[in-house]
Design a protein around this ligand. Structure first.
Ligand SMILES: Cc1cc2nc3c(=O)[nH]c(=O)nc-3n(C[C@H](O)[C@H](O)[C@H](O)COP(=O)(O)OP(=O)(O)OC[C@H]3O[C@@H](n4cnc5c(N)ncnc54)[C@H](O)[C@@H]3O)c2cc1C
Ligand SMILES: NC(=O)c1ccc[n+]([C@@H]2O[C@H](COP(=O)([O-])OP(=O)(O)OC[C@H]3O[C@@H](n4cnc5c(N)ncnc54)[C@H](OP(=O)(O)O)[C@@H]3O)[C@@H](O)[C@H]2O)c1
Length: 457
């Protein structure tokens, strides 16, 4: 008798979910394994589509690798299916259809600073702002205020650089990207001239990668201004003493820029890098941000401590690029402190015991750090745990595909399959040709995405 085919659901079609699917298919199980990759959006690829900066076109070519599992008959895409909350399908109902479930839903919640005024209009998390310029359907109507010359970007990671760079780029530089037409229009008419990147520690502590830092020094439209503040004076930092190559390269670049002074070369926009600076208060006029009060910090025993000296920057928009957390998943344990699902090597753990057949991969498993490739080994670890457990996992209560579709239909969910997505993919490529010089132009409105996916209805 043929043993029943193991059925696995991967929830989340971002890098970690797709690396998990690839790893499951490469697992060499004789009986074959069938994998449903489920995503709440009609489009796959998670942050590769909705996070990676639009001008990082080469980076997006990783999609060619990520899509490979869908070439196999054993892998299905079920887009437009939100798991865990309405509108969507509850986790416990979905669970009945599979031997095992891998959660790979990422970290989408913007962390907050906890300072007064943070709730004002014009104070945004990078998750919101980036999602808007990347054409995420949830943020089509964000309408970030770009009518003021000053913007503050808080944080010293690559996301802060992405945000500052996108704000500083010219129309010509952005029109060859995949940003939706209304975003291109808003950026083209932006009055932003000075983006102040507020870095809470010193130049030796930035988390930028050198390749990303270098890019802000190569912009057609913007100068980089490093505010020296004595931090780059001879002997202030001994570069030779810094072990990590990444930090040494960053410091060499920052020191060279600092040596040029703060006058710039007269380009129309400027990216200011301000070290040892934290926002302590946002002021507003008529309910929206009009300035940010910034305090100079000291580093005491490795801790960031406000030094008392404050200044006000005239800004109409504050973007926090200070990291993310995940949303708790109904029915699964959650660690509020780390914003992750407690797990051991990918096995979800409740009160010290593994939850049978439930796994996590990617940012929801380890937190919001690491580049796309980091998720490959991470997903492989999870899949190894799943495959080791598989012989002990009970048969699903509802193993049949029609039963799954009936469950989804019962919640009003009509999934988008891979061929539906390919229709949207082709339409976006066509729109890129219409714009001229862009590989694609994203369709951002959910209704429109679905209409393109399913032209008949
Ligand atoms: C702004 C930004 C820019 C970045 N740029 C780069 C870069 O240039 N290069 C690089 O190497 N790395 C970059 N990274 C890091 C990289 O994007 C991450 O390492 C990676 O995307 C994490 O993968 P993930 O699969 O865990 O999460 P995600 O990519 O977030 O994927 C999660 C998926 O789950 C889906 N989902 C969420 N909730 C549900 C639900 N309830 N039901 C069904 N589906 C759900 C989402 O729609 C999404 O498709 C960037 C990160 C950010 C935030
Ligand atoms: N091109 C790329 O390869 C690319 C692009 C984007 C993102 N990514 C990756 O995606 C991951 C997430 O990026 P990220 O930029 O969100 O995170 P990140 O690299 O962790 O950087 C977060 C930054 O926020 C700062 N911060 C945190 N809390 C703060 C607070 N309360 N006040 C002021 N500053 C605060 C941190 O400072 P401290 O250091 O002082 O804590 C740090 O500089 C990273 O691994 C990143 O490399 C890669």
């Amino acid at each position: 008798m043929t043993p029943p085919q193991p059925r696995v659901a991967v929830i989340g079609a971002g890098p970690s979910g797709l690396y998990a699917a690839a790893s499951l298919l490469g697992s060499g199980l004789d009986s074959g394994i069938s994998v449903d990759v489920i995503d709440r959006l009609p489009a796959p690829y998670g942050l590769v589509r909705y996070g990676v900066a639009p001008d990082h076109v080469k980076m997006k070519s990783v999609i060619r690798v990520l899509r490979k599992p869908f070439d196999l008959a054993e892998v299905s895409f079920l887009g437009n299916v939100r798991v865990g909350r309405e509108p969507g399908v509850p986790f416990d109902e979905l669970r009945e259809h599979y031997h095992a479930v891998v959660y790979a839903t990422g970290s989408t919640v913007d962390r907050t600073l906890g300072v007064p005024g943070e709730q004002l209009a014009g104070s945004l998390g990078s998750g919101e702002f980036v999602s808007w310029y990347c054409g995420h359907p949830d943020f089509v109507r964000l309408d970030p205020p770009l009518d003021h010359p000053g913007v503050a970007v808080v944080g010293a990671g690559n996301v802060a650089l992405d945000v500052a760079r996108v704000l500083a780029k010219s129309h010509e530089e952005m029109s060859s990207t995949d940003i939706p037409d209304p975003v291109l229009e808003a950026l083209t008419h932006s009055r932003v001239r000075d983006a102040h990147v507020l870095i809470r520690r010193g130049p030796q502590h930035v988390r930028f990668t050198p390749a990303e830092l270098r890019q802000i020094g190569e912009l057609a439209n913007a100068d980089v201004i490093v505010h020296d503040d004595g931090l780059f004076a001879a002997g202030a930092i001994d570069i030779e003493q810094i072990d990590e190559r990444r930090q040494r390269q960053n410091l060499e670049m920052l020191s060279a820029w600092a040596a040029k002074g703060t006058a710039g070369t007269g380009k129309p926009r400027r990216i200011h890098l301000r070290f040892l600076r934290s926002p302590v208060r946002l002021h507003g006029e008529n309910g929206r941000v009009s300035s940010v009060v910034v305090e100079r910090n000291e580093i005491v025993d490795g801790r960031v401590v406000g030094g008392g000296e404050q200044e006000s920057l005239d800004v109409g928009l504050v973007v926090r690029a200070i990291g993310y957390a995940a949303e708790p998943i109904p029915g699964l344990p959650f660690d509020e402190a780390t914003g992750t699902v407690p797990n051991e090597g990918g096995r979800v753990v409740r009160d010290g015991e593994p939850v049978p057949g439930v796994y996590v991969a990617g940012w929801i498993k380890r937190g919001p750090t690491g580049v796309i490739g980091t998720n490959k080994g991470d997903a492989a670890e999870t899949v190894a745990a799943l495959l080791a457990d598989l012989p002990t996992l009970p048969e699903p209560k509802q193993p049949d595909r029609d039963m799954l579709l009936a469950t989804l239909a019962g919640h009003g969910v009509q999934p988008v399959d891979w061929s539906d997505w390919l229709r949207l993919d082709a339409e976006e490529i066509r729109l890129g040709e219409v714009r001229g010089g862009a590989e694609r132009v994203k369709v951002a409105e959910l209704k429109e995405m679905l209409a393109v996916c399913r032209p008949a209805g």
